[in-house]
Write a protein that binds this ligand. Structure first.
Ligand SMILES: *Cc1c(COP(=O)(O)O)cnc(C)c1O
Length: 236
């Protein structure tokens, strides 16, 4: 029997295919290798059943902005154990320990305190947590993240144990038009290049681009895009 257009499983599978295709097209247009941008499926808008449908459709990397939502889904023991979680929202110190049980990549390190706390707790557990530093590239006062000019000093003094800094995460400002968003992504890449030269760290990851602006981010070198709305269109 043919499933109906409104079947959530079919909708999510179609959306996942379409997003993968758009990412592949954007990479080809930019002359970048196929597969050089990873898609994080941002499941913060939906519950466990829809999240599970996305994983079944083939998306094995999931992002949540709230630590509690991330661990609730991970601890329900319904999703396959090879799901890789990314935290993409603000992290309070008292949430770190429980979060670290789930081998998360923390994309949203937004202060020196947060960086040091994750490093300390990870080192205590004899693990190394992969993190990205969140940059407030738009300068929007309501946005979290480091001011770009803070990072050169921070990078001179990173904790030696417990964390590995993989790169930068950034968001274009609210209501930014696509041309302006692209400029902000370019600034993020240039900042990464500068920090790479100064620190000697590789900083290979650039997480930038969401449903509304990911082609521009890919054109500017995004290695990770964080896509939510487009994957759950027609489902909620
Ligand atoms: C919600 C969110 C996303 C996903 O945004 P969409 O526009 O729904 O794709 C990406 N990054 C962060 C940090 C978010 O909070």
């Amino acid at each position: 029997m043919k499933m109906s257009e409104n079947d959530p499983a079919e909708r999510i599978a179609n959306n996942w295919q379409a997003v993968q295709q758009s990412v592949a097209d954007a990479l080809a247009t930019s002359g970048r290798p196929a597969g050089s941008t990873k898609i994080v499926g941002v499941s913060k808008y939906v519950g466990l059943p829809e999240t599970d449908l996305l994983v079944q459709a083939g998306c094995k990397t999931l992002g949540e902005s709230r630590p509690q939502a991330l661990w609730a889904k991970a601890e329900a023991n319904q999703l396959p154990s090879d799901v890789q979680w990314h935290l993409i929202g603000h992290l309070q110190r008292n949430k770190i320990r429980r979060l670290l049980r789930h081998s998360v990549i923390i994309e949203s390190i937004d202060s020196e305190r947060a960086l040091n706390a994750v490093a300390e707790i990870s080192a205590d557990q004899r693990i190394t947590t992969d993190v990205l530093l969140e940059v407030n590239i738009s300068g929007d006062e309501k946005k979290t993240g480091f001011a770009p000019e803070e990072l050169p000093r921070l990078m001179q003094n990173v904790p030696a144990k417990g964390i590995s800094i993989l790169g930068l995460m950034a968001m274009a400002g609210w209501g930014t038009d696509p041309a302006e968003a692209r400029t902000q992504f370019e600034q993020t890449r240039l900042l990464r290049d500068q920090l790479r030269t100064e620190s000697g760290l590789e900083l290979n990851e650039l997480s930038m681009g969401m449903s509304g602006d990911f082609p521009a981010a890919i054109a500017e070198g995004a290695t990770i895009v964080r896509i939510g709305s487009k994957l759950f269109e027609g489902v909620r």
